[in-house]
Design a binder for this molecule. Structure first.
Ligand SMILES: *Cc1c(COP(=O)(O)O)cnc(C)c1O
Length: 424
């Protein structure tokens, strides 16, 4: 009898996310990981160039974080967070409050990015409801991505995912992202939307739209839009699920802004990629709107695994690392290396734009393609065969490595990108 490998056993019962199983080949079976490296079941090695969807920023199987989690597991595994509390959640709240923009005053726990957004949207709607107002409209950017549950999906503008559900979504009105040359037009559109609708919240990925292909917009422009919303008593929700924890050069992308959001959503790198957990933080003003002698004015929203102690322990350890001298040195090195590589590549005939911010690097290719078209598969395969894991989005190749990636590993990614440009 032959022993089946993992890749073929996977086929029997598993249904993968974002996959058309009729067209897709067998997935790569990863058996172990360390730092920026992954190993498959045949012993092949890959550099994780996107930190497993921008989560494991301190590297896979990070000893410091694993030790904190192991210690926590031996002491208190899990208790529900309704009516009970625990030290990991309290310590995390204290740590995070020292790091988040000043306006943030309260943390609400969830268990993934989409549910952090879901809680933020419900908070915003109930914020007005508690005041006797019915506001039914959200404002969001074109091509934003906020997750796959219904509220989050409604806010997302990437229709390739939302097609079958569009008739069932919340009311969302969209504006383009502010660029150098369109700010007046975007401002006018926003003001017109505010006049014509009962707007509850403006939800956005600050500075970088991840799933859209690491598209950037102007911090100054976003600041202006936030200011307009806040002057019109509309809550501003920053989805920092991707940008949070050092991706854009600062701890949070919101720190590039003068006008602070009222609500911030965090997940992904929050737990260093070690555990599913998320947080929706809000200002004191938002929190106070739920205080009442009337029980129903409270926020009746909960997930079983809210504030899981294992996730909190990982998050505390992650925050301790984020601004440690070693990680700061790596953050700065990657940022500079990206800038140098961008300068080298900017005039390449196959490239329309190279951009970088913090540890994010994105390269738009001068080749037209569908979002899930052939080009993406060709690129993916080319990289994988050379031991580099990257997941191009449409015709955008992006790199968002773990902070702990070594210089050689990072330069191998750059070299592989230069090489692929000579073959396509
Ligand atoms: C990944 C992501 C989400 C959704 O998070 P999940 O944990 O996958 O549900 C929401 N917003 C942004 C910006 C993201 O990158």
């Amino acid at each position: 009898m032959t022993i089946e490998n993992l890749a073929s056993r996977d086929k029997k019962y598993l249904w993968h996310p974002l996959t058309q199983h009729k067209l897709k080949k067998t997935p790569l079976a990863i058996v172990s990981a360390k730092g920026a490296l992954l190993w498959d079941e045949d012993g092949n090695e890959y550099i994780d160039g996107i930190a497993s969807w921008y989560t494991v920023m301190y590297g896979h199987c990070n000893e410091f974080i694993m030790t904190a989690m192991t210690r926590q597991m031996g002491k208190l595994d899990f208790v529900m967070f309704s009516g009970l509390t625990h030290e990991p959640a309290i310590e995390l709240s204290e740590k995070l409050m020292g790091l988040l923009p000043k306006k943030q005053a309260k943390l609400f726990f969830n268990d993934n990015g989409s549910t952090a957004i879901e809680a933020a949207i419900k908070m915003a709607l109930q914020y007005y409801h508690n005041n006797g107002e019915k506001r039914d409209t959200l404002i969001a950017f074109e091509d934003g991505f906020h997750g796959d549950t219904f509220g989050a999906m409604s806010a997302s503008g990437l229709s390739s995912y939302n097609g079958p559900f569009e008739d069932f979504l919340l009311k969302v009105v969209r504006i383009p992202t502010p660029q150098e040359d369109n700010l007046k037009e975007v401002k006018d559109k926003l003001l017109w939307i505010i006049r014509k609708n009962e707007c509850a919240a403006f939800i956005f990925e600050p500075l970088v739209q991840g799933a859209a292909g690491m598209k950037f917009h102007s911090a100054k422009g976003l600041d202006t839009l936030i200011k307009i919303c806040q002057e019109n008593d509309i809550l501003c929700i920053a989805d920092e699920v991707m940008t949070g924890f050092g991706k854009t050069g600062k701890n949070f992308a919101s720190e590039h802004l003068v006008h602070e959001p009222d609500i911030i959503c965090l997940s992904k790198a929050l737990t260093a990629g070690m555990f599913p957990l998320s947080i929706t933080s809000c200002s004191q003003t938002v929190f106070d709107r739920f205080l009442s002698d009337d029980v129903e004015k409270g926020f009746f929203h909960s997930h079983t695994f809210s504030a899981h102690p294992m996730g909190c322990a990982a998050a505390i350890a992650g925050i301790d690392l984020l601004n440690s001298p070693e990680i700061l040195e790596r953050r700065r090195y990657i940022e500079q290396a990206h800038k140098n590589f961008a300068v080298l590549m900017e005039n390449h005939e196959k490239i329309t734009e190279v951009r970088s911010l913090g540890v994010i690097l994105a390269i738009d290719l001068n080749i037209k393609t569908e979002r899930y078209g052939n080009l993406r598969d060709i690129l993916y395969k080319f990289f994988i065969e050379r031991g580099v894991l990257l997941r191009p989005l449409g015709n955008t190749i992006y790199v968002l490595p773990p902070f702990v990636i070594t210089n050689n590993q990072l330069h191998k990614i750059y070299d592989t990108i230069s090489e692929v440009l000579e073959t396509i």
